[in-house]
Design a protein around this ligand. Structure first.
Ligand code: SF4
Length: 346
C-alpha cells in the first residue's frame, strides 16, 4: 500500500481523481444518481457522502483505491452466519458515508478524514489470494459504507470473481436500483442494515428522508445472492414491540428463512441514550422468532442467541461461542439430523 492524501482537489499538475459512475450534468452542477440522497452538486463541492466531488464539470470519486482499514475477520463478524460459516475474509474499508447516523460506531472513518493508503483493485485481489492459505475466502467491503465506494468495489469485485474469490458487502442498502443491478451479479453475499421501518428514524437520526430503498435492496437481492439483515435496536428510538413487529412482518414477507441479526446498541458518536436494556433485546428476539426461522442476538451474550437451530427438528446446525464455530450441517448446508434446508451457503 502507498500512503497519500485524498482530498480530491487537483494540486499543482496532479491528475484529477477518477470519474465517477452514475451521474448526469446539470449546467455547472452535476446530479449524482448513485443513492437516494439525490445530490445536486455545485462546482468544487462534495456530495453528502463527502467522497464524490464536482470537479471541472464531472463527478469524481475521491476515495477510489484509498484504504483506511484492512484486516482478516471471521465471516461471522460481518455479521454473516449462513454464508461459509467458520471462514475468514479479507475486510477492506475506505472513508465516507451517504448517511450521518448519530450513533455510528465507525464515525472516525464514516464522517472523519482519516489517513489512507493506496491499494489498487489488482493489489487487493493479490492480497486476498495470498491470504487463501490462512482460510481467506474473498473480500468484504465493510467498515464504512461500500455504496459510496461504488467504482472501486465494482472493479475489485470483478477481478476477485475472476480469481474465484467471494465478494461480500456490508451495507446500509441505500443505493438506487440501476447501480445495484450493475453490482449484484458480482456479489456473493451481503448483510443489509435495516435501521428501522419508520422514516422518522431515518430522518431524525440518520440524515436521510426515507429507508424504503434499503428494504427494496433486500427484496431485489434476495435469491440472487446470499442476504442477511441486521437491525440495531436503539434505546427508546426503534426498540418498541410495535417497531420490532413491523420489521419482522416485512422481513417474513421477503422470506421466513431470511436471517435477522438484532444487535444491541451502545452509546457512540453523538448519541448518548443508554445501551439497549438486555430484556428488551431478549423480547425482540422472541417476537422475531415467532415469524422468522433464523434470528440472532448481536453485541450481547444471550443463551443460544448465536446458534443456528433447525426449525423443523430443533437440532443445532451451527453452534457459536464468540467467533468459534462448530457445525453439524450436512455437506450441502442442510440440517445434519433431518435434512431440512437452512439457507446456508457453504
Ligand atoms: S452517493 Fe454521495 S454524492 Fe451521490 S447521491 Fe449519494 S450521498 Fe450524494
Amino acid at each position: 500500500m502507498v500512503a497519500g492524501n485524498d482530498n480530491g482537489v487537483r494540486a499543482g499538475g496532479d491528475e484529477l481523481p477518477r470519474e465517477a459512475a452514475w451521474w448526469e450534468p446539470e449546467g455547472d452542477q452535476v446530479h449524482c444518481l448513485l443513492c437516494p440522497q439525490d445530490c445536486h452538486i455545485g462546482p468544487w463541492r462534495l456530495g453528502r457522502c463527502r467522497v464524490r466531488r464536482n470537479l471541472e464539470g464531472a463527478l469524481r470519486t475521491v476515495n477510489y483505491a484509498r484504504i483506511t482499514s484492512a484486516a482478516m475477520d471471521p465471516i461471522e463478524k460481518k455479521p454473516l452466519y449462513h454464508f461459509r460459516p467458520g471462514t475468514q475474509i479479507l475486510s477492506l474499508g475506505t472513508f465516507g458515508c451517504n448517511l450521518g447516523c448519530r450513533f455510528c460506531q465507525n464515525f472516525t472513518i464514516s464522517q472523519g478524514e482519516p489517513p489512507t493508503q493506496e491499494l489498487t483493485p489488482g493489489q487487493a485481489v493479490e492480497l486476498a489470494q495470498d491470504a487463501r492459505s490462512r482460510g481467506n475466502i474473498g473480500i468484504a467491503y465493510t467498515y464504512n459504507e461500500p455504496i459510496v465506494w461504488f467504482e472501486y468495489v465494482r472493479d475489485t469485485a470483478a477481478l476477485a470473481r475472476a480469481a474465484g474469490l467471494a465478494n461480500v458487502l456490508v451495507t446500509n442498502g441505500l443505493i438506487r436500483e440501476g447501480p445495484l443491478e450493475e453490482l449484484l451479479p458480482l456479489v456473493d453475499a451481503m448483510n443489509v442494515d435495516i435501521k428501522a421501518m419508520d422514516d422518522e428514524f431515518y430522518r431524525s437520526l440518520c440524515g436521510i428522508s426515507s429507508g424504503a430503498q434499503a428494504r427494496r435492496t433486500v427484496e431485489l437481492a434476495f435469491g440472487r445472492c446470499h442476504v442477511e439483515i441486521t437491525n440495531l435496536l436503539v434505546t427508546d428510538a426503534n426498540d418498541s414491540e410495535e417497531d420490532v413487529r413491523a420489521l419482522v412482518d416485512w422481513a417474513a414477507s421477503v422470506s421466513p428463512d431470511l436471517p435477522l441479526h438484532i444487535s444491541r446498541y451502545r452509546p457512540s458518536y453523538k448519541h448518548t441514550a443508554p445501551a439497549t436494556p438486555v430484556d428488551r433485546l431478549q423480547r425482540a428476539v422472541e417476537i422475531a422468532r415467532a415469524q422468522l426461522n433464523f434470528v440472532y442476538a448481536g453485541n450481547v451474550m444471550l443463551d443460544g442467541g448465536s446458534d443456528t437451530i433447525c426449525p423443523d427438528c430443533g437440532a443445532t446446525g451451527v453452534a457459536r461461542r464468540g467467533y468459534s464455530v462448530s457445525s453439524r450441517l450436512s455437506g450441502t448446508g442442510a440440517c445434519g439430523e433431518c435434512g431440512r434446508a437452512l439457507n446456508v451457503a457453504l
